[in-house]
Design a protein around this ligand. Structure first.
Ligand SMILES: *[C@@H]1O[C@H](CO)[C@@H](O)[C@H](O)[C@H]1NC(C)=O
Ligand SMILES: *[C@@H]1O[C@H](CO)[C@@H](O)[C@H](O)[C@H]1NC(C)=O
Length: 292
């Protein structure tokens, strides 16, 4: 064997063991989630490592995590509905239960072929939402998988897209802004028809001749604290330093630069600048310096 082919073999071996590591650390949809809507519209492949939700004129579909979590970093790779996805909404969020629930939302609002998706985000604390921020993306989210993540610790909630922070919600309890830090949350995702509001405010309707609409999921990972009978225990699935620093993660200089770039170029709605909506004054967390 020549030394160059030996190198190739060694490289392949290294790659193989790396991918085995990654595969072993990723969650399993069959083990970690329950299907809660449209059973026959959900497919699991590759031993539960890959999942698709579908929507047609008979049903949409949804799943939720078996575990409840109190703080963590949740990563999911999603490939959104391609082609004409107008009227469809793919949700991916964390939520607790009950009337004063907490919720951290990603919602992906579909569009006509070639027109941009909207990433809609919101944060509910103790039952109160009204904190919408919306973004376009800097890539076509239907062509490939991209990673959408939540970091949630006692000080901050961060929304990340391909590890780039797009939104931060700080713990400002000292200013009287409630922060989700006591109610455990499940992970939820669904694909449904919302053509009464989703695309251009409801002007563009779902074209059912294009059904089924399909969103794909893979490489779910929860490096998070699992809540069980009143206490939590933290699980680290990933060997990556990057995903294991979530407990005390805050925006560093790089994060601050990136979030400014995203918010400047891609943010299309921010409740914090919507003076018409809050004639009595903007919510206390909206002061510029408190955002990030
Ligand atoms: C749903 O779509 C199928 C296929 O396009 C069509 O045959 C059927 O009539 C539709 N059903 C309803 C309730 O619209
Ligand atoms: C859809 O495309 C239109 C036209 O570019 C744009 O105004 C809108 O924000 C896009 N997204 C949604 C979800 O309506």
């Amino acid at each position: 064997m020549s030394s160059s082919s030996l190198q190739v073999v060694m490289l392949l071996l290294a790659l193989f063991s790396l991918s085995a590591l990654v595969a072993a650390s990723a969650g399993n949809f069959g083990q970690d989630f329950d299907i809660t809507w449209g059973n026959d519209h959900v497919k699991m492949l590759d031993g539960g490592r890959f999942l698709t939700l579908s929507l047609d004129n008979t049903s949409g579909s949804a799943f939720q995590s078996k575990n409840e979590y109190l703080f963590g970093r949740i990563d999911m790779q999603i490939k959104l509905v391609s082609g004409n996805s107008a009227g469809t909404v793919t949700t991916y969020y964390l939520s607790s239960q009950g009337p004063n629930h907490d919720e951290i939302d990603f919602e992906f609002l579909g569009n006509l072929s070639g027109d941009p998706y909207i990433v809609h985000t919101n944060v509910f604390t103790h039952g109160e939402g009204n904190r919408e921020q919306q973004f376009y993306l800097w890539f076509d989210p239907t062509k490939a998988f991209h990673t959408y993540s939540f970091i949630w610790n006692s000080q901050v909630i961060m929304f990340l897209v391909d590890n780039i922070p797009i939104r931060v919600f700080n713990n400002l309890k000292s200013l009287g802004v409630p922060f989700p830090n006591s109610q455990p949350m499940r992970i939820y995702s669904s694909l449904w028809n919302a053509d009464d509001w989703a695309t251009r405010g409801g002007l563009v309707k779902t074209d059912w001749t294009k059904a089924p609409f399909i969103a794909s999921y893979r490489n779910f990972e929860a490096n998070a604290c699992v809540w069980s009978s009143g206490s939590s225990s933290c699980v680290y699935n990933s060997n990556s330093l990057q995903t294991n620093t979530w407990q005390d993660q805050a925006l560093d200089a790089t994060g601050r630069r990136r979030i400014r770039w995203v918010q400047k170029k891609y943010m299309i709605y921010n409740y914090c600048t919507d003076l018409k909506r809050f004639p009595q004054g903007l919510p206390p967390e909206c002061e510029r310096s408190k955002l990030h």
